[in-house]
Design a protein around this ligand. Sequence first.
Ligand SMILES: [Zn+2]
Length: 421
Amino acid sequence: MARLRKKTLCGGCRNHLPAPFLDLGESPVASSYIDPAASAKEEFRAPLAVSFCPSCYVVQLTHIVPRDQISSSRLYSPSLSEKYLRHARKLADELCDRFRLGSQSTVVEVAGNDGYLLQCLQQRGVRVLGIDPSKNIGEAARQRGISMWTCLFELELLPELQRAVGKVDLIIGNNALAHVPKINALLSAVHGALGKGGHAVFDLPYVGDLLERNQYNRIFHEHVYYYSLSAVKRLAERSCLDVVDVSHQGEHGGTLRVSLGKYASAPPSAAVEAMLRSERAAGLLTDEAYARLRNAVEKHKAEFTGLLRRLRAAGKTIAAYGAHGRGNALLNACGIDKTLIDFTVDRSEQKQGLLLPGSHIPILAPAALLQYQPDYAVVLQASLVTRIAEQQAEYVRRGGKFILPVPSPRVVRSNELPEAA
Ligand SMILES: [Zn+2]
């Protein structure tokens, strides 16, 4: 089994990596739910700390958790939400329009999707191939009728790829640049696989949102890298790729969709220049912005745990709603466990009966909220807050209240809930 690795060099430029600006302590893998029968077994934990490289601007974890430690524990959830499916269909249309994809085109998707986007493109006549190292992802894609290679996308694969599909017109990497530790190797392979005039489109966690909205619950071991566009530009240039376009997407707390071109024939879009300027003005290229995040995180942790402790001291019962990576990251960063939150509920039947990683809070079915009627329910899945309130109308009618932990912890009644971001 591969070992936990401490990084001394930046994963982008290979310069010395400075000390972390944010240290969230020893943390379990945010997706490693625990079977209560095996809970006596020692839980894997690894440092969760983030550094900013002043040479190439890439924000990155200081420790890399071995891939098998992450993927072995992941519960595979098929992409069945209608919102996700709609999003994928819309993206397929946009990509076909923008890159003039048709029956002569080849699209490869690398790392981290179950083939639904490729299926949408295939239905439009495009030749598609997925490449991902996870067996369960590969199986899900093949069930959709999508060709999937279960391996890493790297330079050594290129001769075989060339024989199978020739030069590639478009490479899609949803989150690939966040998850894959060797980002230069990934982009070198992208460069080698693309034909002249080919493009790659990557969705990335945006540090601008991380800083502005104090999103430390987005920091977990699976996400090795967090980017500004300025960082992506330097990284891409190292592999002879040009940033040709960028857009800011509101989903998942804020991501960048960056298009890279190989021997791009046109100058970058106006959006690229505008974002590079605004990042410089916002201080994203200096240490200071990151030091401010550290202070904001400490303040938030104190407020959130302080609120729960006061309620507990007053004899109140507290549960939670949600069993997802970000909620787990938040609870672990704040050191919250069963002494403050009795249980959480989640609609995923796969997760019910298991314990949350680190905090060991039990996961029950949503009906438990009515069965036990806790005084408060902490909403750990902020993106679903309005839907949760609708589904739990009876809990509210009987006097239950919600606690929203982000951006500032507060108690709300259902009619005060904000629209989900
Ligand atoms: Zn660097």
